[in-house]
Ligand binder design. Structure first.
Ligand SMILES: Cc1cc2nc3c(=O)[nH]c(=O)nc-3n(C[C@H](O)[C@H](O)[C@H](O)COP(=O)(O)OP(=O)(O)OC[C@H]3O[C@@H](n4cnc5c(N)ncnc54)[C@H](O)[C@@H]3O)c2cc1C
Length: 415
């Protein structure tokens, strides 16, 4: 049995703790906040089996100028954040080159494939359909004409990635989701095997409850300092608490950057904020509906419909941009063809890498210190697989061949 401190009780830290406990390790989960109340609180709830293409792609580069020129753009870059984006930016441009994109996409397809199996198993073990809907999801096309042959080609490309996908015309889309507005609807991609959470916070809480018991402690404190011990292992200073453990796993999201900086290390993981609004308006939506032109999903959740998404490269602590909430509500009005009322608003920080793959592995030169962050848009989807990989590392196993692309070493080689 190894003593392990897991820093951060978001969905990633919780899933890592779960995998470590399953192997019999003693886990101290350190977070000043209750479980699942960071970024993991506010996501769109999708176990995103369809997400097989990294954002850094030739297609994104082609579309970016037009996306940034829109007055109602959903992608934004805060000018004050540009210096922090330098290391990310050039790697993003490089990752978008056709050959690199193809390589990262192949890595992501493999990762998603393993991740979905693990995530579904975890959901089923913790509560089954009480926790999720198994009704698939839709991605609608409604802004520009979309020919049936173009939709068929997109669906075929997803099937080539191993994802069940069908192209639907407007009548079939409305048959599945009668609440959607017919006006301007061109069609949709339908992913019948996608699951979505009824309440992401409840999932985190269930995982936390499953951890409680012998061999697990939640230390309610913020980690301020990490020091390697001459005898091996690590000392953590967290408020008044001082812990000594054999291994540490950093799952503190964007705050990992500060902890790494104190050890003299910098990785190109940046803050990419996303927003959500919860609707007051009751709508009988059966499954998540994505409108990717605006980069958001409308997901039916326990409390109502959540419109979640958009992308804002921005300092993590900056005040929210209220226009993004208004835009989400406006797009919801168009999507459903009637005014929607907003009940609650939220903003959170994704921690994103230039190549769209998370950073999972031991920190080079720092034995016993593991990283699990950089999950971007996919932290919920990849959490169980992240746990599986980290548990192997803690047991002294190397990253498996098909997960080598996730190692932090890839950024150190490049710089
Ligand atoms: C709008 C939006 C929609 C999304 N939709 C989806 C989706 O549909 N599907 C999907 O798979 N993913 C989605 N994501 C991404 C997903 O939500 C994140 O990748 C995931 O929540 C990251 O989890 P995490 O545990 O790494 O981070 P967090 O949930 O942020 O957890 C980090 C924890 O670390 C703690 N912490 C920070 N600093 C310290 C410290 N010094 N000491 C101790 N603890 C510390 C924090 O308190 C926090 O609890 C979405 C994200 C957004 C913003």
């Amino acid at each position: 049995m190894t003593s392990v401190a897991v820093i951060g009780a978001g969905i990633v830290g919780l899933a890592v703790s779960h995998a470590l406990r399953a192997r019999g390790h003693e886990v101290r989960l350190v977070d000043p906040e209750p479980p699942g109340e960071g970024t993991s609180f506010g996501n769109a709830g999708l176990i995103a089996n369809y997400a097989t293409a990294p954002m850094a792609s030739p297609e994104t580069l082609r579309q970016l100028p037009a996306m940034l020129a829109r007055s109602d753009r959903s992608i934004g870059i805060d000018p004050g954040y540009t210096p922090a984006l330098a290391g990310f930016g050039w790697r993003f441009l490089r990752a978008a080159r056709p050959a690199r994109f193809a390589r990262h996409k192949a890595d992501l397809v493999q990762l998603i494939d393993r991740a979905i199996t693990g995530q579904h198993a975890l959901l089923d073990a913790l509560g089954g359909e009480r926790l999720y809907r198994a009704a698939g999801c839709l991605q609608v096309f409604r802004d520009a004409p979309c020919s049936p042959s173009a939709l068929d080609a997109m669906a075929a490309a997803k099937r080539a990635d191993g994802v069940a996908c069908e192209a639907l015309g407007p009548a079939d889309v409305l048959g599945l989701e009668p609440e959607l507005s017919a006006e301007g609807l061109g069609g949709a991609l339908y992913f019948p095997e996608t699951r979505s959470l009824r309440d992401p916070l409840n999932f985190s809480r269930c995982l936390h409850r499953a951890l409680e018991g012998e061999g697990f402690t939640h230390v309610s404190a913020r980690v301020e300092a990490l020091t390697p011990l001459a005898t091996g292992g690590w000392r953590l200073q967290a408020g008044e608490t001082r812990l000594e453990v054999e291994r540490v796993v950093l799952c503190a999201g964007i705050a990992n950057n500060d902890l790494l900086r104190s050890l003299g290390m910098r990785l190109p993981v940046v803050s990419e904020r996303g927003y959500h609004v919860m609707l007051e308006t009751p709508l009988a939506l059966n499954r998540p509906v994505g409108w990717l032109t605006h980069h958001f999903y409308a997901t039916p959740m326990q409390e109502g419909i959540r419109l979640a998404g958009t992308t804002e490269f921005c300092p993590p602590g900056k005040a929210p941009n209220g226009r993004r909430w208004s835009r989400l509500a406006d797009w919801g009005t168009t999507l459903f063809g009637r005014p929607v009322e907003v009940a609650k608003e939220w903003v959170g920080v994704r921690h994103s890498t230039p190549d769209g793959l998370p950073v999972i592995g031991e920190v080079p030169g720092q034995p016993g210190l593991m990283l699990a962050f950089g999950h971007g848009h996919l932290g919920l989807t990849l959490s169980a697989e992240t746990g599986r990989l980290v548990a192997g590392l803690v047991d002294g196993e190397a990253l498996p061949e098909d997960a080598q692309a996730l190692s932090p070493q890839r950024f150190l080689n490049a710089s």
